[in-house]
Design a protein around this ligand. Sequence first.
Ligand SMILES: CC(C)(COP(=O)(O)OP(=O)(O)OC[C@H]1O[C@@H](n2cnc3c(N)ncnc32)[C@H](O)[C@@H]1OP(=O)(O)O)[C@@H](O)C(=O)NCCC(=O)NCCS
Length: 163
Amino acid sequence: MDPTIRLRDAAAADLDALQRFVAALSPHTRRQRFFVPLAELPAPLARALQVSDPAHRFVLAESPQAAPGEILGWGLLVADPSGAQGELALVVGDRWQGRGLGRRLLVRLLGHARAAGLREAVIETLRSNQAMRALARRCGFQLQHHPEDAALLLGRRALAAAG
Ligand SMILES: CC(C)(COP(=O)(O)OP(=O)(O)OC[C@H]1O[C@@H](n2cnc3c(N)ncnc32)[C@H](O)[C@@H]1OP(=O)(O)O)[C@@H](O)C(=O)NCCC(=O)NCCS
């Protein structure tokens, strides 16, 4: 683990840097994250960050060893309208993968979900995504067939109430 890498919540002012991060991802990494090779942040997510939508939490990873303003990784928690379940998603920049950052982002997102009083965390991943499958299992998710898409797995993890 690189101790110079810091995680923090994002704000509207981070939108441009986050767009640059997404645009710089390799097509493979982008497809692993979004399941389609899109080139920029989906509009609803950009809007949620701009208006600080309380159902969305954006977490960014940065390091003084990276270029100024460079984002290394991005995690997202989206709470469903019932307030019971939160969907987690994350992506680590290509050259920062495999250094423990994905695990740190996922642990941070689980903490946010717990603190928000959510009872269950869910993730979606491509069935072929060995790294995310391993990481999800490591963090307590049970992976099962996705009910709507045979190419995906659905991960579910119960959350204990924040103490
Ligand atoms: C999946 C992803 C987030 C993992 O982040 P990372 O920083 O590379 O992973 P970490 O270094 O934190 O490793 C976490 C665990 O995953 C496992 N892992 C990582 N890369 C792996 C690989 N290529 N194959 C198998 N297991 C792997 C490791 O076993 C590790 O567990 P350990 O701590 O017991 O060693 C990252 O690879 C990524 O951004 N991929 C593209 C986007 C994506 O797939 N998002 C998930 C869908 S939302």
